[in-house]
Design a protein around this ligand. Structure first.
Ligand code: SME
Length: 161
């Protein structure tokens, strides 16, 4: 059984390094996209403070479709020209949004969300989806979170067959 021990860390960088190590151990030897997305959502949601949503949307060739997540039920389909998720996917660039109310076209799935980070998932040159994390705190995510989330996504992408 995998035991996600509490990560002792005195900096965000150390917290994310510990989380990435746990993620590698958790996904080791498993290539199933849904299983790994589900476990990674659960791991991140447990380990990172002040989150109200963490999960995946997968690209079906036309739009983003809800995948495994932790948090309240969310909107199922997001066109690439909408929301923070659509921006990350279409620009293939991580979006760090300190105030979602100030982001044009932000899609409110949980009214409690105040800040958000979305990482595009590009596998072998192709967009396969996004990793989306919300917080009820304004300005919850900074440059350390961007780097840490991107490193976590790299573990997920490396796990895929
Ligand atoms: N807020 C996102 C939608 C997804 S939910 O936050 C889970 C967006 O604007 O794309």
């Amino acid at each position: 059984m995998f035991e996600a021990a509490p990560i002792q860390a005195d900096s965000k960088a150390a917290l994310y390094a510990g989380l990435a190590a746990q993620a590698r151990a958790l996904l080791e030897g498993e290539h199933d996209r849904i299983a790994n997305a589900a476990n990674l959502s659960a791991l991140a949601y447990q380990a990172l403070p002040d989150l109200n949503w963490a999960g995946f949307y997968f690209y079906d060739g036309a739009e983003l479709v809800l995948g495994p997540f932790q948090g309240k039920p969310a909107c199922v389909r997001i066109p690439l020209n909408r929301g923070v998720c659509g921006a990350a996917a279409s620009q293939r660039r991580t979006q760090v949004v300190p105030d979602v109310h100030a982001f044009p076209g932000h899609i409110a799935c949980d009214a409690a969300s105040r800040s958000e980070v979305v990482v595009p998932l590009v596998h072998r040159g192709e967009l396969i989806g996004v990793w989306d994390v919300d917080s009820p705190l304004p300005g919850r995510f900074d440059e350390d979170d961007r780097q840490g989330m991107e490193a976590l996504c790299a573990v997920f992408l490396a796990s895929l067959a």
